[in-house]
Design a protein around this ligand. Structure first.
Ligand code: TRP
Length: 333
């Protein structure tokens, strides 16, 4: 039997190049080898977007289309919607007995997010948000997934999932195998501002769905080496996001030549950026064509999600039957 993968996206915005290189390419490569489930985590998205449910709703289809556009094949991988899988919510309740509040407060990803969302949580952190690692453990374990392809920022979530699985097994008997994270070896992609990682909320991202004009406008404004003001100044490519992007979109020889010509002052930033734009646009072309195909067929996308969710529930229902038996609440079976 093939091992099972579960991974997920929060539907809070369209996906960008950071997602593409950080996780999407990885999951596309793995989909044939593993039994792959991709969860559109709308319940999790609502933990910090509860004031704007329409945003979450709109992005469920967007995120599904992004996945399909980069090559997730609905014939071999399964896309499904978290809120339509109530077993996850049920399992979350049982798991919450196994996790202390102090442990949740120590989760580094949650900690960082809380400090970023100081505004939203000014009156105090909600139980839903603090507890979302438990819900994420339920995502993974309700599928009895063994492999979880994620970006490095999600490692604390997988670690906490393993703790919960271990504790459940210890108390109620061996039920779950401990899942492992499969982190793509690609380092976090910097945003166009050169300061932080590419992110939806930071206005520094190139989206898979961006038009040619949008890409051109963004790349021309990208942060470059501040010491290179004039074309003939000697540049420091290691301090330049444009150079980082070349490493994704160009062959080795060209990367080496860009480096050499930038450092020696032969290559100006404008020329360098114009060349990069063309490469990004060409790279995204087939992805965008595929996306257009699905954009024109929203009913097909809904059908894929509905069928996928039904398939997913067979597994999660099976899991809950086992869990309830172990927890001795299988009264009428
Ligand atoms: N927390 C993940 C993120 O922000 C999304 C996610 C939800 C997820 N459920 C998951 C990832 C289960 C892996 C497995 O990107």
């Amino acid at each position: 039997m093939r091992k099972r993968i579960l991974t997920g996206d929060r539907p809070t915005g369209k996906l960008h190049l950071g997602h593409l290189f950080g996780s999407l390419k990885n999951r596309v490569a793995l989909q044939g080898k593993y039994e792959t489930y991709i969860l559109i985590a709308d319940v999790q998205a609502l933990t910090d977007n509860f004031l704007t449910p329409e945003k979450v709703r709109e992005n469920v289809l967007e995120v599904a289309m992004d996945n399909l556009a980069v090559g997730i094949d609905p014939a071999i991988a399964t896309l499904c919607i978290q809120s339509l899988i109530p077993e996850i919510a049920e399992l979350t309740v049982f798991f919450s007995n196994l996790v202390t509040i102090a442990r949740l407060e120590r989760n580094p990803t949650v900690k960082e997010e809380i400090s970023q969302k100081a505004n939203l949580f000014r009156g105090g952190v909600t139980m839903g948000f603090l507890g979302y690692p438990i819900s994420q453990a339920a995502d993974i374990l309700s599928f009895r997934a063994e492999v979880v392809p994620v970006g490095a920022d999600q490692l604390p979530m997988v670690e906490q999932t393993r703790e919960i699985a271990r504790k459940f097994n210890l108390i109620y008997g061996k039920t779950f195998s401990l899942p492992r994270a499969a982190v793509s070896d690609f380092p976090r992609l910097k945003g166009l501002d050169g300061k932080s990682k590419m992110g939806k909320s930071l206005d520094n991202a190139i989206y898979l769905a961006d038009s040619q004009v949008e890409i051109e406008g963004k790349v021309i404004k990208a942060f470059t080496d501040p010491k290179k003001v004039y074309k003939n100044d000697q540049g420091h490519p290691e301090n330049c996001v444009v150079y980082q992007y070349y490493q994704l979109f160009s062959l080795k020889e060209e990367v080496a030549s860009v480096k050499e010509r930038c450092e020696s002052g032969k290559l100006g930033c404008v020329e360098c950026k114009k060349n990069l734009m063309k490469k990004i646009i060409a790279y995204l072309e087939p992805i965008k064509n595929k996306r257009h195909y699905y954009e024109k067929r929203p009913n097909l996308v809904k059908e894929i999600l509905l069928t996928g969710t039904q398939k997913a529930r067979k597994i999660t229902q099976e899991t809950m039957a086992i869990v309830k038996k172990r927890m001795k609440i299988d009264y009428f079976d």
